[in-house]
Design a protein around this ligand. Sequence first.
Ligand code: HAM
Length: 434
Amino acid sequence: MSAQIIQAIRGMNDLLPADIPAWQHLESCARELLAAYGYQEIRVPVLEHTQLFKRAIGEHTDVVGKEMYTFTDRGGDSLTLRPEATAGIVRALISNGMLRGQRHKLWCLGPMFRHEAPQAGRYRQFWQLDLEAVGCPGPDADAELIAFSARLWQRLGIAGSVKLQINSLGTADSRRAYRERLLQYLGAHHARLDADSQRRLEGNPLRVLDSKNPDMQDIIRGAPLLTEHLDVESRTHFDELCAMLRGIGVSYEVNPLLVRGLDYYNRTVFEWITSSSGAQNAVCSGGRYDGLIAQLGGEATPAVGFAMGLERAVALMLSAAGAPAVTAPDVYVVVSGAAAARQALQLTERLRGERPALRFELNLGGGNFKAQFRRADRSAARLALIVGEDELARGVVAMKPLRAEGGQSEWPIADLAAGLDAALAAAGPAAARG
Ligand code: HAM
C-alpha cells in the first residue's frame, strides 16, 4: 500500500524555484529603495499574544472576528499567528523602550496569516512588505510613504497597472459624530441591509460603506460622507497631503468611501488598487494611526504606514513583463572518468575561491560524456571545463565554448584561473536561462 501524500494547507502556497526570480527582483528593488529613503529593517515574531491583535486591530473587524489563527500553547497562553505587521512592530517599539520622542522609519518583510476564503490573489499565508514612519505627525510623512510606493511601482515596471485612492477618516472625535449620523441613516434603511452590513452596523458602521455587494451600492451612494464631517485640522492635513502629492506628480483619486478594514486608522488612509486581479484589487494599503501606540500602552506617538501584498505585486509584474530569466552559470564542469570526480571537485572549489564572482556548476553524480554535455547545454553555461582522466595525467584540463564558435583548448592546471579568464573572454557574454 502506498503512503498517503500530505498536501499543503489550503491557501498556503509553495514558492518554487521558478517563481523565485520575480520575488527576488521585487525584494532587491524594494531593499535598494528602502535604504535610499532611510528605512531600517525590523524583524518581529510571527506569533504574538492574541490580546495584542484584538486591542490593535479591533474586536469588530473581520480580521479579528473571523480570520485569526489563534491557539492555546502548551503553557496555556492564547497566541495568534500575525495577521499583519503593524501591531507587532508597535509592540516591539514599546517593549524595547524605543519611543521616548524618537522617530523611526522601519520596514518589515514576511508572511502574514489570515483564515480567509482562498481565491486568486487572496491567501491564508501571504507576504507583506510593511513600512512604518513613527513619530512624524505631518502630511509630509504620509506623502513620502506614498512617493516611496509610487517609485517602487516605477522600478518594478507596474506603475501603469495601479492607481492611488486616498481618503481622510478624521480624528476619533469627528468620526464619533459622523458615526451617529451614519447610524441614523443606515437605521432608516435597516431592512435593505444585507446580513454582513447588519452585523457591521453594531460594531463598526463605517465598514458598511466598504461593502462590495452590488445590492448595497444604492444605499451606500446615498449615505452621508465622512469627508463632509471632518474636523478642521484633519481637513487641513488632508488638503496639504493632496497638494504635496500634486507637487511630486503622483496622481490620486479621492474615494470618500475608502474606510479600511482595521480599526486603528485616523486621518489619512490610502490604497493602491488594480483592476486586473478581480475583486482582490488592493496591492498596497495603509494610513495614519496616531492613537494606536498610546492605546497599546506606549507614550502617545503619531505614526503612519502601509503594507504591500507581495503575491499581488508579483502577479502584476509577471503580467507586465513576464518572468525574469534565471541567471545561467558561467562554467559547467564536465567530469570524464570515475577517478576524475575527486579532482574535479577539488579544482572547482579552487576556482570558486579564486574567481568568487563566477558561477560554476559542477556535474554531480556522473553520467557519460554525451549526457553531461546535454546538461551543460541545458544549463546555458558559456563554457565547459572538462576534467578528464587523460588530461589530468598530462597536468591539463580542457575548455570548450558552448555558446560561441571555437574548438576545445587545453590549459595547465597550475595556471587554471588565468586560462579560464581567457576562455570566458572568448566565449562571449553571460547568457540567461529562459
Ligand atoms: P491590509 O489592508 O489588511 O493592511 O493589508 C495590506 C495589503 O496586504 C493589502 O493591500 C493586500 O495587498 C495584502 N493582503 C491582505 N490580505 C491578503 C490576503 N489574504 N492574501 C493576499 N494578500 C493580502 C494591513 O495589513 C496594515 N497593517 C497596513 C498598514 C501598515 N497600515 C499602517 N501600517
